[in-house]
Design a protein around this ligand. Structure first.
Ligand code: HEM
Length: 498
């Protein structure tokens, strides 16, 4: 009798879970989900197809709105500009995505990305000014120097050599820049002899690997991994030690040197906002709190790294891939560089006058957005204006940047073409929401000006000295790898010095 009862309860539980989490609902089209796995097996996600590729295919099949079950999490994917604009401009209904707040909070519960409401506002008030243009351009020389270091590494290798590790090399460059801008610390990421010998660099790499896992795994597994993995715990404790040491050093520096460092170094600026009495602040309500605690400074630094380092290096890797595929675009960038000044010098003024280069960077971000999309979660019921679908509190909306940027309805020139000139002419006034590689609305990327600046300086410097050559159809075939970003799978290029 008891066995029968337990058996019935289990069956009822399974039926409840299946109905609640793994059944098509609300008349929104999509593939019927598998129990526990949702659509990740049928769609090929587990076999390596990227979300961008899957959602592009589903849009052809189901139209502008469809459901996709990422395991038990149901995403409602919205691919038309009117509804997307509605979502981004109604922040009172559409809050930060559940996946971001739930999954990222396993790693940094008080980091910018995971926070909502007044706590997010307090952190934003401190973080936003760090990413203003006046602050960003102070990093110009530093970015040029790091790029020159990578170029001199490339100069040593033979011109016949096909570089198949471009993604890793871009990551090393951006990590080196991140270390200097964020901590004023040389992570030795571009050193030719084993960069992993640096304790902090290795710990940051290990922390990033944990992020990749935690973002896609169910939260419970992520929590278990961070608690049980010795590698992750070791990485976290090394990073914590270094950052707390940096905080202590900063606190004991002279007023003058702190004021000076605050201008260019992110951590120095965050430290300037440290709460004077953490115990007192902890007792206050969130609305009364000001500044950050030491633990929050640590988590913000980690959040900036996760949000800013792989995204920018992925954008650079895609750009190099496209340059090797479209030599005439590369040639035009070089001509613009020559027309606007000498071949070797690069100055801030010259950088501003490189209009075609801006178009080429935009086209690369359009053609291969590093982040495939973003999420919002509803905090009240709503109806989408264009498709008329009724949404419910708690629904998770996914906005696929790739679909919008490749939709023929929103582009005068065929969006399948890689054509930077579109931004000078026919597509100059494209729909605002057709190209949103940095998201939009109240949770849009706070580092977008820094990312654009880094990319422009690095690429201009590279284009002054090298030409990227297509390494052939196999090694340079592109394709997607889903990590925290959509990485190019095969980039193999020759590097020719002028
Ligand atoms: C090419 C490079 C980059 C791309 C493509 C990118 C893309 C994005 C996207 C799509 C979002 C979500 C926006 C939304 O939901 O509307 C985001 C958020 C964010 N990004 Fe970036 N990003 C880049 C570089 C950076 C850099 C360099 C930093 C800072 C160091 C940064 C810091 C952040 C932060 C803190 C958030 C969270 C904002 C919030 O939740 O309020 N990103 N980024």
């Amino acid at each position: 009798m008891l066995i029968l009862l337990i058996f019935s309860v289990i069956i009822l539980l399974i039926l409840y879970i299946k109905n609640k989490y793994f059944t098509l609902r609300d008349h929104i089209l999509g593939l019927s989900p598998h129990f526990l796995f949702g659509n990740v097996i049928q769609s090929g996600f587990v076999y390596g197809r990227s979300r961008a590729q899957i959602f592009e295919e589903y849009k052809q099949r189901y139209g502008d709105i469809f459901q996709f079950f990422f395991g038990p999490i149901r995403l409602i994917v919205v691919s038309n500009t009117t509804d997307v604009q509605h979502i981004f401009t109604h922040r009172n209904i559409y809050e930060q995505g559940y996946l971001f707040t739930e999954q990222f909070s396993v790693l940094f519960p008080s980091g910018f990305i995971t926070l909502t409401g007044s706590k997010h506002k307090r952190h934003a008030a401190i973080a936003m000014p760090l990413f203003r243009r006046a602050r960003i351009i102070d990093n110009f020389d530093l970015i040029v120097d790091c790029t020159d270091k990578l170029l001199s590494n490339w100069r040593i290798s033979s011109s016949q050599h096909i570089h198949c590790d471009i993604v890793a090399q871009c990551q090393n460059l951006l990590l080196q820049i991140f270390g200097l801008i964020s901590f004023d610390y040389d992570l030795e990421a571009l050193d030719q002899d084993d960069p992993s010998k640096n304790e902090l660099t290795k710990a940051l790499h290990d922390f990033m690997s944990a992020c990749e896992l935690v973002l896609v795994a169910p939260r419970i597994l992520g929590v278990m991994y961070t608690k049980l993995s010795r590698r992750h715990r070791r990485a976290k404790s090394i990073i914590t030690r270094y950052i707390y040491q940096m905080i202590d050093n900063e606190m004991t520096a002279s007023e003058e040197s702190r004021a000076q460092r605050k201008r260019t170094c992110l951590i120095a600026s965050l430290i300037a906002s440290l709460q004077e009495d953490e115990e007192m602040e902890a007792k206050k309500s969130e609305n009364e709190k000001k500044g950050l605690s030491r633990a929050e400074v640590l988590q913000e630094m980690l959040a900036f790294m996760i949000a800013g380092f792989e995204t920018t290096s992925t954008a650079l890797a895609w750009f190099i891939h496209f340059m090797s595929k479209y030599p005439h675009v590369q040639q035009k960038i070089k001509e613009e560089l020559i027309k606007t000044g000498g071949e070797q010098d690069l100055t801030l003024n010259r950088l501003d006058s490189l209009v075609y280069l801006d178009c080429a960077i935009n086209e690369s971000l359009r053609y291969a957005p590093p982040a495939d999309g973003t999420m919002r979660t509803l905090i009240a019921d709503d109806r989408l204006p264009e498709c008329g679908i009724h949404l419910h509190k708690g629904d998770n909306i996914f906005i696929p940047f790739y679909n919008l940027a490749h939709d023929e309805r929103y582009w005068s020139i065929d969006p399948k073409l890689f054509y930077p000139e579109r931004f000078l002419n026919e597509d100059k006034n494209h729909h605002l929401y057709a190209l949103i590689p940095f998201g939009s609305g109240h949770r849009q990327c706070i580092g977008q000006d820094l990312a654009r600046f880094e990319l422009k300086v690095i690429i201009a410097r590279m284009m002054q000295q090298v030409t990227f050559i297509d390494g052939g159809p196999t090694v340079n075939s592109g394709g997607h790898i889903t990590s925290m970003t959509i990485l190019p799978k095969n980039v193999g290029v020759g590097i020719e010095f002028a």
